[in-house]
Write a protein that binds this ligand. Sequence first.
Ligand code: FDA
Length: 347
Amino acid sequence: MKVCGESLAARCTCDTKFSGSDTDVRHGFSSLPGLGGYCMLRAFFVHLSENRCLRRFAESSSIGRRVSGRFVAGTEIADAVRVTQTVNRSGMSVSIDNLGENVTNPDEARHSAQLYHQILDAIVANQLNANISLKLTHMGLDVDEGMARDLVSGLVAKAASMNPPGFVRVDMEGSPYTQRTLDFVHELHRRPGHGNKVGTVIQSYLKRSEKDVEDLLAEKIRIRLCKGAYKEPPSIAYESKADVDANYVKLMKMLLKSDTYHGLATHDENIIRQAQAFATREKIARDSFEFQMLHGIRRDLQQQLVKDGWRMRVYVPFGTEWYPYFMRRLGERPANVFFIARNLMRS
Ligand code: FDA
C-alpha cells in the first residue's frame, strides 16, 4: 500500500516536527518519552488506512470527500484540472496522479491507462502546465509485465507527441519493485522518440541508490529524488533520519551537477536550504531543476520558493481510491487531524 507511491507502512517517522532531533525516530518507535504517542498515532492511522469497511464508507460519503480535500484534488479528472489550474496560476507546475495501485487483472490495468490518456488530453485541452505520475503496479506490472510495458509505452508516446511535449514520471514503489522499475524505465527511455519523456524516482533511504543514480545519469534519465516511504529492512535501507538525509544531500549534489533536469521532492526545509546553497555556490541555474512537494503540504514553503525565484512542482493526486492515501497523510503528521477537525467545525 502506498502514499504517492508510498507504501504502507509502518515506517514510523513519528511526527516530522521531531525530525531535527538527534534521536532516530524515522523507522522505529522512539524510546523518548512523549514521542511514542506520535508513533502510536501514526501506526493507528496506517491501521485505519487498511480497514476495508471504513474505506468503503469514507469513499462513498460526502463528509469523507469533503475532509480528504486537504490532500486530494477530488475524485474526477475535472477536479484534478481545477486544482492544477489554481496551482498553475500561483506560478507552479503540477504532476497529476490518478490514485490507485496493485490492480489484479488486465481490464483494471487497461482502465487505469485509459484514464491517464484522458488526463493527457485534459492537459492539452486546458493548456495545463502539468505532467503525469503513475505506478507500474497500477498499470498491471504484477498481472502481465508485457502488457504493462505496452500501456506505459503508449502513454509515453502520447506525451512525446503533445505540444508542448509531455512527460511521464514512473513513481518508485517498495524494494521488490526497485530493479524492475529501473529496468522498465531504462528500456522505455531507449525506445525511439521516448528519450527525455520518461523518468523515475530514487529513494535516498536505499543503500543502492547512488549506483542507480549513476546508471540513470549515464543515460540522462530524469530523476525525482525523495527520501522513500516504504517499510524496508536495515539490510538494504538506512535506518536513521540522519543517514537518509545525508544520502539525500549527497545524491542531490550528483543530480544538480549533471546536465539533466531533475526534481528534488521533499518538504524538509533543512535539505531545501542546502540545495539552494549548493546551487548558488556552484552557479547552477535556478531553472535547471525543480523542487517538488505534495498537494496540501507546506503551501507556505511552496509559495515562498516561487517568490524567491525557484521552480516548484506540486504533486496533485485525485481519484476515487483516495482513502489510504489520505489516512497516511494524517498519520505522517497528527497535527493534520486537528487542522481538519477545526475546518470541519467551521464549515
Ligand atoms: P520528512 O518526512 O523528514 O519531513 C520533513 C518536513 O516536511 C516535516 O518536518 C514537515 O514540516 C513536513 N511534512 C512531511 N510530511 C508532512 C505531512 N503529511 N503533513 C504536513 N507536513 C509534512 N516516496 C516514494 O517512496 N516513492 C515515490 O515515488 C514518491 N514520490 C513523491 C513525490 C513527491 C512530489 C513528494 C513530495 C514525495 C514523494 N514520496 C515518494 C514521498 C517521500 O518519499 C516522503 O515519504 C515524503 O515526502 C516525506 O518526506 P520529506 O522529504 O518531506 O521529509
